[in-house]
Design a protein around this ligand. Structure first.
Ligand code: NAD
Length: 526
């Protein structure tokens, strides 16, 4: 597709001042071009080579209408993993030896290409993952900003080369951060471009090479990232693309002896398994960004309109399939009734439908497994509490052709485990609390610690929230999304507890350095 005409001002997940007519025109045009490419077959890319596989391909179907086959993607086996790791190894030293400014230039070109192609990329994500137009464009824009932000980190640190003190007059001491080598990069389905780009670009700009496996449900977007890097001039073997299953290609990849580190974003269960199994011969870096069960707290002094809007947006944006989505609310008993009434009103006003259409804000969930998980949660909620809205699979035409479920809110006793388990479907649990102490205690009960939000006008509530809440990304009175909307360079995205492994998140100032190890260099003058 031609990229030239397809530029517009930057659009984040919460943009307001946008020329929407122009945006929708360009989106429609890109959607038309992308629809013209449906149903093709795609190989793996190892080194510069397109590699086919004899294994049954992944048939990538749109969650909007499962009759639509987006493409057939080769499935990587253990043997492909061996080859990809070897290709990454072969390319690594030369890539690391390049001046860091050259690596930055190449990656900045990749960011520019993403911006040029952002409508195509957004249209693909909308079809492949069921994102609304705004959500998919935010994903593309964030990807480009992530690359630029990580490049800037290297620039600001002067390539991570630092002169150190000299203990004797004849010595010169330098400290450098060097890449580890080959990184396995394994991505989830929900931000198929931004997370894949963020993880891999940080690894690459640091001088590592990458073997990348996208999620089974989003191989097309992942392939587009491979094309971006290739067209930006990344050397062959620096970024290898292996579509495939987590249980086979994913397992073989992180277990591979030739892999020097793993960067993974996905569920806590898989992340824990990788963490426990990775370091068998020596300790390898294991950067994990995992699940969330993010709470919003609504206190009695809150602006209830802002709270209802912020919670509805964060709970039902991308159908609650964001790691940062609000999936539980603790509301003060004195305002519970009126807050819930406003929340229900906002939720019932959501436009549900095909998210590639303009003005639709709520699309399908990713797959049949998510529908079943939703149905199990609703059945539990009906037993334990009261379903206030939603609860059903949506089966009227044309929604019956996709994985559609209704945005659902349930009022539950605080003892319900529906407040604790990550569901990743549009199910919001509401609990009533007596005050800030109880709200924070309930918030901290989960094993996750990703995002959290509070709505309150009282300074003491806010101070207490920041001091006591166990979460890496915290928001106060955020009407555009109670717990969502982090952006590179603005809100570092760090998971505490079961939500991450490093204590230093993507989007944050310490990210790139984690893909490097220190080397102290002492030279004695002769
Ligand atoms: P998932 O864990 O099922 O899959 C993630 C990736 O891991 C996929 O590519 C999958 O194929 C692969 N995989 C599965 N089993 C594997 C194994 N045994 N070995 C290696 N790889 C394996 O997650 P998902 O359903 O794609 O994504 C949703 C999850 O991701 C949620 O838990 C969500 O909270 C989390 N998430 C976290 C963040 C964050 O920044 N903290 C961001 C987005 C998503």
């Amino acid at each position: 597709m031609t990229a030239t005409a397809l530029t517009t001002s930057k659009i984040t997940y919460t943009s307001a001042n946008v020329d929407w007519e122009q945006f929708h025109r360009q989106f429609d045009e890109a959607l038309g071009l992308v629809r013209g490419q449906l149903g093709r077959e795609y190989p793996l890319y190892i080194g510069a080579e397109a590699v086919s596989s004899t294994a049954n391909p992944i048939v990538d179907r749109s969650p909007i209408d499962t009759r639509v086959v987006l493409g057939r993607f080769a499935v990587a086996t253990g043997e492909h993993v061996d080859r990809a790791v070897a290709a990454a190894r072969a390319a690594q030293l030369a890539w690391a030896r390049r001046d860091w400014r050259e690596r930055v230039t190449t990656l900045r070109r990749a960011a520019a290409l993403i911006r040029e192609r952002k409508f195509e990329l957004a249209a693909i994500m909308s079809l492949e993952v069921g994102k609304s137009r705004l959500e998919s464009m935010g994903d593309a824009e964030e990807s480009a900003d992530l690359i630029d932000y990580y490049c800037q980190q290297v620039e600001d640190a002067g390539g991570f080369v630092r002169q150190m003190a000299n203990v004797t007059p004849v010595e010169r001491n330098t400290d450098v951060l060097r890449p580890y080598g080959v990184f396995a990069c394994i991505a989830p389905f929900n931000f198929p471009l931004a997370l894949s780009t963020g993880m891999s670009s940080a690894a690459l700009v640091a001088g590592n090479t990458v073997v990348y496996k996208p999620a089974e449900d989003a191989p097309w977007t992942g392939l587009k990232l491979y094309e971006v890097y290739r067209d930006a001039g990344l050397p062959a073997g620096a970024f290898n693309y292996l579509s495939g299953h987590g249980s086979e290609a994913g397992e073989a990849l992180w277990r591979h002896r030739g892999v020097d580190g793993v960067v993974f974003t996905g569920s806590k269960d898989v992340g824990l398994k990788i963490h426990q199994g990775l370091s068998n011969r020596w300790i390898k870096p294991c950067l994990l960004e995992l699940g969330g069960k993010n709470a919003a707290i609504v206190m009695e002094t809150a602006d209830l309109d802002a709270a209802a809007e912020g919670v509805a947006r964060s709970a039902f944006g991308l159908q609650n399939q964001k790691c940062s989505a609000t999936s539980r609310v603790y509301v003060h008993e004195n305002v519970a009734q009126s807050f819930i009434a406003k929340l229900l009103e906002k939720t019932k006003a959501l436009r549900i439908g095909d998210p590639t259409e303009r003005d639709v804000s709520f699309g399908p969930v990713i797959n049949a497994e998510s529908v079943a998980k939703f149905q199990r949660a609703v059945a539990r909620a009906r037993k334990e509490g009261e379903v206030l809205t939603g609860g059903d699979r949506l089966t009227s035409q044309p929604l019956a052709r996709g994985h559609y479920v209704a945005p659902t809110i349930a009022k539950l006793p605080l003892t319900s485990t529906l407040f604790l388990d990550e569901l990743f479907v549009p199910f919001l649990a509401v609990g009533i609390v007596a005050g800030i102490e109880e709200a924070i205690a309930e918030t901290n009960k989960t094993e996750y610690g990703l995002t959290a939000g509070i709505f309150s006008q009282r300074d003491s509530d806010i101070a207490r929230f920041f001091d006591e809440v166990e979460a890496g990304v915290c928001y106060v009175n955020k009407r555009t999304g109670a717990t969502t909307g982090a952006w590179p360079g603005a809100q570092p995205f760090t998971g505490w507890k079961g939500s991450g492994s490093t204590g230093k998140g993507g989007c944050g100032p310490y990210y790139v350095a984690q893909f490097m190890r220190e080397q102290s260099r002492t030279v004695i003058d002769t």
